[in-house]
Design a protein around this ligand. Structure first.
Ligand code: ADP
Ligand code: MG
Length: 244
């Protein structure tokens, strides 16, 4: 995934607002890159450009095939079952009907929701619904997984659990991940590299490598001095820059 001098504007002519200015960014295959920054700094805009939902006014965007995307809200179809939501994604990507049910079950197992295919989505907790959204994003084996503050609306315990699950899922799937968050804690835990953004206009102001490996135990990591130092460094960079 490669962005070169990308600028994005909303609106036209004199009324145009520059949401993102001159962002260059390369994410290598299999990397877990985190975009971190305060509200309004252009994180969602950048993700939407990578997803192809938004056009860059300037610069070039090169993205590999097939992306899966997870938003802050699960955005499931309430009139479909849990399995039906995932089957819909499979159908849209041309997976034959006969192959869908076993694939749905396999995907639900991967996110810890085996046996829930026939449940209604609104019977599930917020965390479970977000797991369904993750399963749906993984349905087509995407090369690239885009996640926009997927855990921001969840309670702290559920958030921690899902962070740990996504860490494992990302590593095992081999997908390249671009993950957006405003949390230094989340960025430090998940990222192999963290890109810190600032607003006015949105740009990348720092790049912080994460020194531990992806197999580091999350519980041990959260309690370690090394982790606290990286988290503090990230929070410090973010605090020094304007939000909006
Ligand atoms: P973040 O996700 O970091 O909170 P966004 O990418 O949503 O930031 O927004 C970046 C900037 O672009 C903000 O100033 C926001 O108000 C503006 N913006 C976002 N979407 C739109 C839109 N559809 N129309 C006009 N301005 C927008
Ligand atoms: Mg956003």
């Amino acid at each position: 995934m490669e962005l070169e001098s990308v600028s994005v504007r909303y609106g036209r002519a004199k009324a145009a607002v520059t949401a993102v200015e001159d962002v260059s960014l390369t994410v290598e295959p299999g990397e877990f890159a985190v975009l971190m920054g305060p509200s309004g700094c252009g994180k969602t805009t950048l993700l939407r450009v990578v997803a192809g939902f938004e056009r860059a006014a300037e610069g070039t965007v090169r993205v590999g095939r097939a992306t899966g995307i997870v938003f802050q809200q699960p955005r499931l179809f309430p009139w479909r079952t849990v399995g039906g939501n995932i089957a819909f994604a499979l159908a849209r990507h041309g997976v034959p009907r006969a192959e869908r049910a076993p694939r749905v079950e396999e995907l639900l197992e991967r996110v810890g929701l085996g046996g829930t295919a026939r449940r209604r989505t609104w019977e599930l907790s917020g965390g479970q619904q977000q797991r369904v959204a993750i399963a749906r994003a993984l349905a087509t084996d995407p090369q690239i997984l885009l996640m926009d503050e997927p855990f921001a609306a969840l309670d702290a315990i559920t958030r921690e659990r899902l962070q740990e699950e996504v860490r494992v899922l990302a590593a095992s799937s081999g997908a390249t991940v671009l993950f957006v968050t405003h949390s230094a804690e989340e960025a430090a835990l998940l990222g192999t590299r963290v890109l810190v953004m600032a607003a006015g206009p949105g740009r990348i102001v720092a790049e912080v490598p994460v020194p531990w490996g992806r197999d580091a135990d999350p519980a041990e990591l959260r309690g370690s001095a090394e982790f606290a130092a990286v988290r503090a460094e990230l929070a410090g960079v973010m605090r020094a820059e304007p939000g909006r």
